[in-house]
Design a protein around this ligand. Structure first.
Ligand code: LLP
Length: 430
């Protein structure tokens, strides 16, 4: 459910016409609906209202500080995977006691920063990381809350790049080894407190079964750990609930809630969730201008000013994003590839798509672009990154300015010419 729709022929984000934003801010531009963001948070929160729970929005999906602020205002916690994300979360007003830190390669400086910020817990992904956290916490005279991310060997039935809970994936620790690590943490590591179990099996999951399978395996682990005397308070189920890009029918968070509440009855744990895509995916669009159209004997192309550097998902995963005309006035239709200006054949936003036949200078809206859109964007082909806009009712604000040419070079240094003295020495040596 989102708040992007046509009013007559014109496409709107809540109460603001997309064309108005485009005229004032330019293209390509990411446009987010704050009402949709808040609605999604509330849908999750309400789905678990009956039980102790914490929603930790997964920052990687969309890390704009104003997006984070919108969630922090609702009481959301955050799932971070880097020091940079921690910095953003704190700047956006996050409560550190509602932050969990995931990721297989946490660096020493990041662990230190998180400990000093007093986050809730680290989702530990390897025995070496556990030892590192214990040693850094000892040096800082802190006790680190930890959960071990277990790898339950459950197939989430999603794209292989975003499937994470199988033995062949780099994430987490297999259950048998995790038990040993928990016991080791309890008996030998003085500076960590094993308070949780974490399990994230993948992303864009459109069925409940993989979640339920993972939950059942996690429950077995919970009772084993409790039998060993560990005081586990948190069960972190990760993120992963899918959204509708095309014809998918993922379960509503309330259905997910029912299944998880039923499955965790009487366990006496606080549930943690780390949703990313389902919180922001359908709350954002990418608006782009048609630069040229080209009709060939085999293919038609609509060449737009957004590219794989702005939205990598179609090129990277072959993923589908619906595309709509910002002004729906064309009567004729065309089947075309929507492509960007980047010098790679993999630079496309859509393939063989039936679209209204637009002319150069008209605009398109790429739907469901709020998750893993801007946050995965780059400057490839020395393209300035897009602007980002937040709509609130009848108003909007630019929440990230479009990058300028100067921004593109601001961290680069022209290599200095050798000093005259050095030049002479070099000449003498010859
Ligand atoms: N927690 C952990 C530990 C994660 O690795 C992820 C996503 C999430 C939570 C949030 O998952 P979500 O609710 O968004 O499914 N770039 C890919 C998706 C990568 C997902 C990475 N991890 C895409 O565009 O489809």
């Amino acid at each position: 459910m989102h708040f992007f729709d046509y009013k007559g022929k014109n496409f709107y984000a809540e109460g603001v016409s997309v064309e108005k934003i485009i005229k004032e801010v330019g293209t390509p531009v990411y446009i987010y609906s704050q009402k949709t963001l808040k609605r999604h948070y509330k849908a999750y929160d309400a789905s678990f209202a009956k039980v102790p729970h914490l929603i930790c929005y997964s920052i990687k999906a969309n890390s704009n500080i104003s997006v984070l602020k919108a969630f922090a205002e609702e009481g959301s916690g955050f799932d971070i995977v880097s020091g940079g994300e921690l910095y953003r979360a704190l700047k956006a007003g996050a409560d550190p006691k509602k932050i969990v830190f995931s990721g297989v390669g946490k660096r020493e400086d990041e662990i230190e920063y998180a400990l000093k910020s007093n986050i809730l817990m680290f989702n530990v992904e390897s025995p070496q990381e556990l030892a590192a956290i214990d040693s850094i916490a000892g040096r800082l005279k802190k006790k680190a809350g930890i959960a071990i991310r277990v790898n339950p060997n459950v197939d989430p039935k999603t794209h292989p790049y975003i499937s994470t809970g199988l033995k062949k994936n780099k994430f987490g620790i297999e259950t048998a080894q995790a038990i040993k690590e928990y016991i080791n943490a309890k008996n030998k590591l003085k500076n960590v407190a094993p308070i949780g179990i974490d399990c994230h099996i993948g992303s864009q999951i459109t069925q409940l079964t993989p979640f339920v399978d993972a939950l059942n395996k996690t429950k077995e682990l919970l009772s084993e750990l409790r039998a060993q005397g560990l005081d586990i308070k948190y069960l972190d189920m990760g993120g992963g609930l899918g959204i509708t890009y095309d014809t998918e029918e993922p379960p509503h968070p309330s259905k997910y809630g029912e299944a998880v509440i039923e499955g965790t009855k009487g366990l006496g744990v606080t549930l943690i969730f780390e949703p990313g895509r389902s919180m922001v995916g359908n709350a954002g669009i990418l608006a782009t201008k048609v630069v040229y159209t080209k009709e060939g004997t085999e293919k038609n192309f609509v060449i737009v000013d957004a590219a794989m550097n702005d939205l990598a998902r179609p090129s990277l995963y072959g993923s589908y994003h619906a595309i709509k005309a910002v002004k729906n006035s064309a009567k004729e239709e065309i089947t075309a590839d929507v492509v960007g200006p980047i010098c790679e054949s993999g630079d496309f936003l859509a393939k063989d798509r039936i679209l209204p036949k637009l002319k150069a200078g008209e605009f398109l809206a790429v739907m469901s672009a709020g998750a893993y859109g801007f946050s995965m964007s780059s400057n490839y082909n020395t393209r300035p990154r897009a602007a980002e806009v937040m709509v609130k009712g009848k108003e909007y604000s630019v929440i990230r300015k479009r990058e300028t040419m100067a921004d593109l070079l601001k961290n680069e240094v022209l290599v200095a010419d050798p000093k005259p003295a050095a030049k002479k020495k070099a000449a003498k040596k010859k």
